[in-house]
Design a protein around this ligand. Structure first.
Ligand code: UAG
Ligand code: ATP
Ligand code: API
Ligand code: MG
Length: 484
């Protein structure tokens, strides 16, 4: 594509060099640049992308999008105020604005995004649906490993283009607060936006809960058909107040407050929930084969989104009943033992509380919770999770999650800060495999062992090493070994 077409719509400060160049590829990382490329220089949290311009030249870049006043003879430099903003526009131009031809549903909130996108995927499957999120990205028959919840704008728009070219009608997507703040979804046109909830997480990045909410709120200014808002959640109520003047209609959902979509006669089971969904238009029995009160919330959001997309209620209800389990979310590991083991991705205080409380409703014996907290991530959630686990479980085993560059012992100390050291109902076992082994070894009839925090992840990041580690695999190994 010609450079002049690629930069169409950019808010340009100045241009040095020719615009009549043919550009073959675009990247924001010098390590991936090649011949006839455009290099977008981003000032990062760690390094400044402008430092890699010479590397770009060596690799064959012909043009550069910059924030600094730089010019090198023989190359084109286009200066803008914010190169991340520019990247989103460039990505959309380069891939010919694909979201115009997609029914894009974006889900944001601290917990429930992956689960909701999976439920939506199961409902929209027959009509053709793509998926973008934490576990994987799906484009037609192709599955792509995902390294982040919401990819960078260039990657994202290329996925959307591929979906449109493959006649995929819908795309359901997790929209992380990082992606909204770092302009990854800036040029996306969403039909429907969903808000799940706002609880403590990612304060390392956003600093305050209010900033975190405002980042999430940005999604609801990018939608055309409907915004689906959880009105039982305090963050949801604030978002409602802030966006109610917008043209896009709001559909509220909730259980405790008056809402457009609510649930009554809720019945909980170890493997499913049942309830009656009540809207202005209809009342219907709903069953979803995933346990927990949060499944009621997640499915109400799904029903709201599907109504907004014009899916008949019979189809929504029928397909919700047959929805697949979401990998690593309340996954019960089958065994012949007389106790249960649940692997769950709960890695925030709210999720951990929900998962233990859900287990409490069914447990006949003790709850043994194994968990840790990720390194290089929000530290303030650590003591809160420690307290929740100690207060709500019978036994807590504090272990490592993905320590990343942090010392796992220090992370455990942060967790212990929130715990009462005089109560002898916890153990520290830094090695996650050993922690899971001991939890299973100590389980008796009727107990539930919860292994929380890593869900579907099949790796553990220790230092800069990524080793294979799969909670489910480890659980199965010790369930076999244990002779009880
Ligand atoms: C906190 C965060 O989101 N950081 C993002 C940010 O990184 P950064 O500012 O540190 O980048 P940097 O290392 O300083 O580099 C600056 C620029 O120089 C470039 N560079 C760097 C080195 C080099 O040799 N050559 C070069 O060109 C880099 O590609 C980059 O463009 O900009 C980078 C490029 O756009 C992103 O890859 C990076 O995401 C990192 C990998 C990340 O881990 N993000 C996580 C926290 C994240 O986004 N998580 C969310 C939320 C998950 C949830 O809700 O639970 C997600 O959507 O996954
Ligand atoms: N609506 C909900 N409210 C609270 N907790 C939930 C909800 N839905 C799921 N959970 C809990 O949170 C965990 C994470 O759920 P899920 O993966 O769907 O969230 P997510 O928003 O995609 O998280 P991430 O930001 O890490 O991608 C689940 O394993 C479960 O314990
Ligand atoms: N998307 C989340 C996932 C956290 C999962 C947990 N296992 C961890 O590594 O902290 C994050 O990157 O903060
Ligand atoms: Mg997710």
């Amino acid at each position: 594509m010609k450079l002049k077409d690629i930069i169409s719509g950019l808010d340009i400060i100045d241009i040095h060099g020719k615009l009549d160049l043919e550009i073959n590829s675009i990247d924001y990382d010098s390590r991936r640049l090649d011949k006839d490329s455009l290099f977008i220089c981003i000032k990062g949290f760690n390094v400044d992308g402008h430092n890699f311009i010479q590397e770009g030249i060596k690799k064959g870049s012909r043009a550069f999008i910059v924030q600094d006043d730089i010019f090198i003879e023989g190359y084109t430099f286009i200066r803008v105020k914010d190169t991340r903003d520019a990247m989103a526009i460039i990505a959309s131009n380069f891939y010919k604005n694909p979201t115009k031809d997609l029914n894009l549903v974006g889900v944001t909130g601290t917990n429930g995004k992956t689960t909701i996108t999976y439920l939506l995927k199961d409902i929209l499957h027959e009509e053709g649906v793509g998926l973008i999120g934490t576990i994987k990205n799906i484009i037609g028959d192709k599955e792509i490993v995902s390294s982040r919840t919401t990819p960078e704008s260039l990657q994202l728009q290329s996925y959307f283009r591929e979906m449109v070219d493959k006649n995929v009608k819908y795309c359901v997507m997790e929209v992380s607060s990082h992606s909204l703040e770092l302009k990854r979804v800036e040029e996306c046109e969403f039909k429907v936006g969903i808000f799940t909830n706002l609880t403590e997480d990612h304060l390392d990045f956003h600093k305050t809960l209010e900033n975190y909410r405002l980042a999430k709120q940005k999604l609801f200014y990018k939608t055309t058909k409907a915004n689906i808002i959880n009105i039982d959640d305090e963050g949801g109520r604030k978002i409602y107040e802030d966006i109610k003047h917008l043209k896009t209609p709001i559909i509220t959902y909730g259980i405790n407050n008056k809402a457009d979509i609510t649930a009554k006669d809720i019945k909980m089971f170890l493997d499913k929930v049942q309830y009656t969904v009540v809207t202005d238009e209809f009342e219907e029995e709903v069953e979803v084969p995933i346990p927990g009160k949060f499944t009621v919330y997640n499915s109400l959001a799904v029903i709201g989104a599907c109504i907004a997309l014009g899916i008949p209620k019979e189809i929504i209800i029928k397909r919700l009943k047959k929805a697949n389990k979401v990998p690593g979310r309340f996954e019960t590991i089958n065994s012949s033992k007389n106790f249960s083991v649940i692997v769950d991705y709960a890695h925030t205080p709210d999720a951990l509380e929900n998962i233990i409380k859900t287990a409490r409703e069914f447990v006949r014996g003790n709850i043994i919770t194994v968990f840790g907290c990720g390194g290089d991530r929000d530290r303030s959630k650590r003591p809160i999770m420690g307290k929740i686990s100690q207060d709500l479980s019978d036994i807590s085993i504090i272990t490592s999650d993905n320590p990343r560059s942090e010392d796992p012992k220090k992370i455990v100390e942060d967790i212990l800060e929130g715990m009462n050291k005089n109560i002898n109902n916890y153990k520290i076992i830094i090695d996650r495999k050993e922690a899971i082994k001991q939890a299973i070894a100590m389980a008796n009839e009727g107990d539930i062992v919860i292994v929380a925090g890593k869900g579907h992840e099949d790796y553990q990041i220790i230092g800069d090493k990524k080793i294979h580690f799969d909670d489910k695999e480890v659980v199965r190994e010790f369930l076999k070994e244990d002779k009880k």
